[in-house]
Design a protein around this ligand. Structure first.
Ligand code: HSE
Length: 444
């Protein structure tokens, strides 16, 4: 059978990796796919660099639309990123009857409903294994391997940049700003690392996992997103003393009234495997009612790890090309006619309805009765305390200090109740600085 013909839009880090892995493993990949997979065309604004990567093996063009217009191309691989031109090109490729493979989590988390609908109408596949956790086959695991389960929750370290920063803060006792500069110097963080450090990249990925896990439409606009920029070295140290590590988690959970979808720093018990995922590595834990807890670990970014996911999608497409897609795995795991039926799907819950436990760090005047007042407010709000740690004033504020930090761990409570209690505590004259609140996930 003729090799399936692929056009790459963008041949940067992931595109080059895709090209070289396909070349290196072509024989095994052909035996798996049942036919060859050939990158026939590459579009890149930097045509000179693109030619250096592909040599004579593929035609290099400067205009992506030349690929979309070529009737010989079966699959378009979009590796441009972002919501702008990438969205237009993906929709044009679908309209031209091409299958699409994309690593673009931002595009699918925000415009997925429109894109998957267009693909279904045209009878083509939009595949996106590389969009979540790079080389870890988490989309396949959630969509196929765990299909028997009623999934209860998914929690993941799904941004390598922030995990690297948090690991360095803990290992070296440094503050966020210092480590961010180091991460940029090492090339881990982008020159503009906003999407990574503010949690947006992780929220794009969590949004996709949430849709697949729970059979709801992609709803990035309903995700709660909080990054790591306000974390201090002190919180990481206090957490450690209490037996926890702080990780930026993407969490989506089935609750009584709906689905939780949130990204924020979280205390995780140090004994959990996921708490020990260090540096730029990714890991996702999925809890299903039948299988229990499963863990997926690996490289969440990088040239060949991401190419590994892109090529897995190409193999799926090579096997299905020309077949009746009505029988293929639905892009969001659930049949599209069961997604987003008004009033039928579970709503994404507002943050006030989320139930979790908390770490609180409260800078207080070191006076009699301060702790009692605070615990009284928590008790009135029905918030149960799990542990309290009080530092020596000297340790916190230096010799002769009259201030200290109270660290309180709570049991599960509604976020709305915690908000109210914290507003009351913050208003106490003996509370001397903005309260730090970090959510805590036991993941058991
Ligand atoms: N910037 C991401 C990360 C990789 O740091 O994990 C691509 O999503």
């Amino acid at each position: 059978m003729k090799p399936i013909q692929v056009g790459l839009l963008g041949i940067g880090t992931v595109g080059s990796g895709t090209f070289s892995v396909l070349q290196r493993n072509q024989e095994e990949i052909r035996r798996r796919a049942g036919r060859g997979i050939e990158i026939a065309m590459v579009a890149d604004l930097d045509m000179t660099r693109a030619k250096q990567v592909v040599g004579d093996a593929a035609k290099v063009v400067g205009d992506a639309r030349e690929i979309i217009a070529n009737p010989d191309i079966d699959v378009v691989v979009e590796l441009i990123g972002g919501y702008g031109i990438a969205k237009a090109l993906v929709l044009e490729a679908i309209a031209a009857g091409k299958h699409v493979v994309t690593a673009n989590k931002a595009l699918l988390a925000v415009h997925g409903t429109e894109i998957f609908k267009a693909a279904a109408e045209k009878g083509v596949i939009v595949a996106y294994e590389a969009a979540v956790a790079g080389g870890i086959p988490i989309i396949k695991a959630l969509r196929e391997g765990l299909t028997a389960n009623s999934i209860q929750w998914v929690a993941g370290i799904i941004n390598g940049t922030t995990n690297f920063i948090l690991s360095e803060m803990r290992d070296k006792g440094l503050d966020f700003d210092v480590v961010l500069k180091e991460a940029q110097a090492l090339g881990y963080a982008e020159a503009d690392p906003t999407f990574d450090i503010e949690g947006v990249d992780a929220a794009h990925k969590a949004t996709l996992m949430s849709a697949i896990a729970f059979g709801i439409p992609v709803q990035f606009d309903k995700a709660y997103v909080e990054g790591i920029t306000k974390l201090s070295g002190a919180d990481i140290r206090y957490a450690e003393q209490l037996g926890y590590r702080i990780k930026l988690l993407g969490i989506t959970k089935r609750a009584d009234k709906g689905i939780e979808l949130r990204v924020h720093p979280s205390l995780v018990p140090a004994k959990r495997l996921i708490a020990n995922v260090e540096g730029a590595m990714n890991a996702v834990v999925v809890h299903g009612d039948a299988v229990g807890t499963t863990l997926y670990y690996g490289k969440g970014a990088g040239s060949e790890p991401t190419a590994s996911a892109v090529i897995a999608d190409l193999v799926d497409i090579a096997r299905l090309h020309g077949a009746d897609l009505a029988h293929s795995v639905p892009p969001l795991a659930f049949q599209s006619n069961t997604l987003g039926a008004a009033g039928k799907e579970l709503p994404v819950l507002p943050m006030a309805e989320v139930v979790t436990s908390y770490y609180l760090r409260i800078r207080v005047a070191d006076e009699a009765g301060v702790l009692a007042k605070i615990t009284g407010i928590l008790a009135n709000a029905g918030i149960s305390i799990d542990a309290v740690l009080q530092r020596e004033a000297d340790e916190v504020g230096g010799e002769g200090s009259t201030q200290t930090d109270l660290i309180i761990l709570t049991h599960d409570t509604r976020e709305g109740d915690m908000d109210q209690a914290l507003a009351e505590i913050q208003a106490l004259p003996t509370v001397l600085a903005p309260i730090t609140r970090i959510r805590k996930e036991e993941l058991n």
